[in-house]
Design a protein around this ligand. Structure first.
Ligand code: SF4
Ligand code: SF4
Length: 328
């Protein structure tokens, strides 16, 4: 466990431990057959968003090696995972990113790439939208809001306009318009509050983006900000950590437990270490086995006990939250 990353989220007075809320229930373990392998292939990112839970930024140096990617693909196939979910940082900044996309495609693996879109406007990356289309990669793109002011406040001046230009390019390539080219967007709240209802915000995004920019997309995922990483530090500095945690736990919804994303996935860090999810990864909390991906080659991925912390309240508040949006 990396203690440095856990100094700012100790148990808060009056808030029951998350692990106590789920103790003894079937939700404490993963399913026996996992569908999603999420690989975090670099912490490097061209942006440094204030809500970032992984503390990503331009100076980060963690990069998954090609050998570790090969190990991931081998374990993926041997254990019949369904979806390879590539994330970061900005995953495009790993020098072997394109190799991973092409290898996964050769093996017929359904691949998701999580992109901040801005990276695709930078030198050395502008060819990637065509590459994604060629390999039917599903794109999950961050768009903090459908207005310029709100998006630029969260991500930096000029980000909204660049995102709109890139979404238009994806539409021109057929994304959001043809069944094999899926374009999903992600909304994160701009502060210490829960996201609005996913269904109603989807309608708003669809209407505004079509009316004002002629943009179409498949689904909008609303994701609750996790009180860790840079966002956790911001909450602590601004005196908002306790009120935010109170907001999350008082909105606890037991209906979300069945579909918590950790129950159906294996998360792999840049160095091959295994985690239950990207949030635990950001906290330095490895999966119970403490294994690396290479240890699983030629073996079955067994069901395991999930490692919970109080940041898990972000996944179970209201309609719940996961990398695929709401879960209840
Ligand atoms: S939130 Fe996403 S785009 Fe922003 S710094 Fe973190 S990884 Fe990069
Ligand atoms: S943060 Fe969410 S996905 Fe991760 S272990 Fe907790 S409940 Fe599961």
């Amino acid at each position: 466990m990396n203690m440095k990353q856990n100094l700012y989220l100790e148990q808060i007075d009056g808030i029951p431990l998350f692990s106590e809320r789920v103790k003894g229930q079937k939700f404490c373990r993963t399913r026996s057959q996992l569908d999603i392998m999420q690989v975090n292939i670099t912490n490097r990112c061209n942006l440094s968003c204030k809500h970032c839970h992984v503390d990503a930024g331009p100076t980060c140096t963690e990069i998954m090696s090609r050998q570790t990617m090969k190990d991931c693909l081998q374990v993926f196939e041997e254990n019949k995972f369904s979806v390879l979910d590539i994330t970061g940082g900005s995953p495009e900044m790993n020098p072997d990113f394109q190799w991973l996309i092409e290898e996964a495609s050769k093996k017929g693996i359904h691949t998701i790439v999580r992109s901040n879109l801005i990276i695709l406007t930078e030198k050395g990356y502008t060819h990637l939208p065509e590459l994604y289309a060629h390999h039917n990669v599903e794109v999950v793109a961050s768009l903090p809001y459908y207005s310029e002011k709100d998006t630029d406040r969260q991500r930096g001046i000029g980000v909204f306009k660049a995102c709109i230009d890139m979404l238009r390019k994806f539409n021109q390539l057929g994304y959001g318009k043809t069944p094999d080219l899926v374009l999903n967007l992600v909304y994160n709240p701009g502060g210490a509050f829960l996201p609005p209802k996913q269904d109603s915000l989807t309608l708003e995004y669809k209407r505004k983006l079509m009316e004002q920019y002629g943009i179409t997309f498949n689904k909008l995922y609303t994701i609750t900000n996790s009180p860790i990483g840079r966002f956790g530090k911001f909450l602590e500095r601004s005196g908002n950590l306790k009120p935010y945690m109170n907001r999350l736990w008082s909105a606890f919804n037991p209906e979300t437990l069945e579909n918590m994303m950790c129950r159906n996935q294996l998360s792999v860090g840049w160095d091959g270490l295994l985690y239950d999810c990207d949030f635990n990864q950001a906290r330095g909390w490895t999966a119970e086995s403490k294994h690396q991906i290479q240890d699983l080659k030629g073996k079955s991925v067994a069901a395991r006990k999930i490692v919970f912390g109080d940041h898990c309240y972000a996944c179970t508040a209201g309609s719940g939250s996961s990398c695929g949006g709401t879960i209840a």
